[in-house]
Design a protein around this ligand. Structure first.
Ligand code: SAH
Length: 214
């Protein structure tokens, strides 16, 4: 199986080799067929060490960054996770392998429709998706044990911290339009604690509490 072999190699050389240790995350990355989430013309590149275009000016994130962000969420099976920026649906599928229920929001309807179709085809029935401005979070379904934002924000929207449980984790790239810091924010009874996981570059988080549309 050509894609199976490429996927195995992706996990060992790009992800394990760079220090991702969470066995459940590694297992999910070994399982989810990433090539389903890109156009046919790009399938041969699906397991490469880079992001790829998915249309509408957006990208499917590099495999390593997906693994790094997922590990930072410290997920357990009973968690409910909110994802902002469904995009291709690949990160959504990784999350759906790891937790009870995934809520995902995408602002570009066309991308969401395509992602939903693939997630259904792969039988990820624990994914609830909607098309709207994710910078507002999903108050009706909150609180969440984990929130992951896969687009770069100018600053951390308050809504995300408000919609976390105490002990909940938020992973979000924040910075300017060209580069961001990948931040992990943990909510405690008496406030939040934040760590910087390093530099990164994401497409823009556009919305009410994000960048304004151009
Ligand atoms: N996790 C996705 C990343 C896609 S890129 C993947 O690996 O495929 C980021 C996505 O965030 C884009 O699809 C973009 O349309 C979406 N996005 C940007 N601002 C948003 C917002 N306010 N609400 C929801 N989605 C948003």
């Amino acid at each position: 199986m050509k894609f199976g072999r490429l996927r195995e190699k992706m996990v060992s050389t790009q992800i394990e080799a760079r220090g991702i240790y969470d066995q459940r995350v590694l297992e999910a990355m070994r399982k989810v067929p990433r090539h389903f989430f890109v156009s046919e013309a790009l399938q041969d590149q699906a397991y490469g060490d880079f992001p790829l275009p998915i249309g509408e000016g957006q990208t499917i994130s590099q495999p390593y960054i997906v693994a790094e962000m997922t590990q930072a969420l410290e997920l357990t099976e009973d968690d409910r996770v909110l994802e902002i920026g469904t995009g291709s649906g690949y990160q959504t599928a990784i999350l759906a392998e790891l937790v009870h229920r995934v809520y995902t929001i995408e602002r570009v309807r066309k991308l969401l429709i395509t992602a939903r179709k693939i997630l259904d085809q792969l039988k990820y029935h624990n994914v609830v998706a909607k098309c709207s401005d994710g910078t507002l979070g999903w108050p009706e379904e909150s609180p969440f044990e984990a929130i992951i934002v896969t687009a770069g924000a100018p600053k951390i929207p308050d809504a995300f911290v408000e919609q976390l449980t105490v002990g909940g984790r938020l992973v979000i790239p924040a910075g300017n339009r060209f580069s961001q810091a990948l931040l992990k924010v943990v909510k405690h009874e008496d406030g939040v604690r934040q760590i910087n996981l390093g530099g990164c570059r994401f497409v823009k988080l556009i919305g009410n509490n994000g960048w304004k549309e151009e």
